[in-house]
Design a protein around this ligand. Structure first.
Ligand code: SF4
Ligand code: SF4
Length: 324
């Protein structure tokens, strides 16, 4: 019997589409939630908007479920008498920090007083959801070993916000079992993470790869795998242009000598010239308004005046990157 193509309900598709509409493909700053990731090249690619990582409606709904769980955690903590502040009452925004000219930062889930293990100490709150398998590991090994990125994130937040404790609260999505862990500051590690952030923000070309093997498991799940290992040109926007630089409070275009809004960075312009490391080849010659390359596939490509603009190069050599 012929296999019927997989179909979903149009109503379900409409819900997924609603989640997908109006999504911004990049984050303006390097987030503290990412700084614990091992590969500095990945973080640099992310900060420089190299790959448009579109998530499907299903995945976005999953993220939304995680956020709803955070509201439930806050409610439950308050129900047992703990004082929780999850947003600044004056601004209505989450608390957080911003450093390095606004290019490194993050928002916290909240702060709390009255956590039963240490009731007189203000705690940073961090909420997470886990699947069954990872939840078992969390219970066995604790957060530092099971989810080093979460640990790094909390260490950075405690350091910037001057908090002496953190309370990590996680739920097993399959069983609703809860796990709580108290964490202390780690100033030495926080400093290393700040130095790492500075390295990423100040580099004008990609940092070291974690692996040269595209089949390495971390690379297989990396949203920049195509640019990093598969000769895909990076996306075209101001952050991948060799004329741009991060400055205090934003991004500057050296070609037009202007500060760029986030929308302008997203659009780029016809004068875009790729940062050479973001194209699959070697530079053979360059001038003020062009760069000539010998690509790895043997072709000679001129990026800029008298040749192809960056969008034409991307269309000719690129593919799409969508997570299912
Ligand atoms: S594909 Fe691998 S080496 Fe490349 S950025 Fe991603 S994690 Fe790093
Ligand atoms: S030249 Fe164009 S693409 Fe490049 S940084 Fe300036 S405005 Fe952006």
């Amino acid at each position: 019997m012929a296999v019927l193509p997989e179909r979903n309900s149009p109503t379900v598709e409409a819900i997924y589409n609603k989640h997908e509409s109006g999504r911004y493909p990049y984050r303006p700053h390097l987030g503290a939630s990412l700084i614990g990731r091992e590969c500095e090249r990945e973080l640099w690619y992310t900060f420089r908007w190299c790959s448009m990582n579109f998530h499907s409606g299903r995945i976005l709904r999953l993220f939304d479920t995680g956020q709803r769980e955070e509201e439930r955690f806050v409610e439950e903590l308050r129900t047992i008498g703990i004082e929780v502040h999850d947003q600044d009452e004056e601004t209505g925004k989450q608390y957080g920090f911003s450093d390095f000219g606004g290019h490194f930062g993050g928002s916290i889930d909240g702060v709390a007083l009255g956590i039963l293990e240490a009731p007189k100490t203000w705690h940073l709150l961090e909420f997470k959801t886990y699947n069954d398998k990872r939840f078992a590991l969390l219970k066995q090994h604790g957060v530092k070993q099971t989810s080093p990125e979460h640990y790094a994130q909390m260490v950075v937040y405690m350091d910037y916000l001057g908090l002496k404790r953190a309370f990590y609260l996680a739920v097993n999505k399959n069983t609703d079992e809860l796990y709580g862990e108290l964490l202390k500051p780690d100033p030495e590690f926080a400093n290393l993470l700040k130095q790492k952030a500075e390295r990423i923000l100040s580099a004008d070309r990609p940092l070291t790869k974690i692996s040269d093997d595209p089949e390495f498991w971390k690379c297989r799940f990396c949203s920049h795998r195509l640019v990093c290992h598969e000769d895909q040109p990076a996306e075209v926007n101001c952050r991948t242009c060799l004329h741009s630089e991060p400055v205090e409070g934003g991004w500057h275009c050296m070609k037009h000598n202007q500060l760029l809004t986030t929308e302008e960075q997203l659009r780029g312009c016809n004068d875009h010239l790729y940062i050479p490391d973001l194209l699959p080849g070697e530079v053979v010659d360059a001038g003020d308004d062009h760069v000539n390359y010998q690509f790895n596939d043997g072709t000679t490509v001129r990026n800029g005046r008298g040749g192809m603009n960056s969008k034409q190069i991307l269309i000719r050599y690129g593919t799409t990157n969508i997570s299912a």
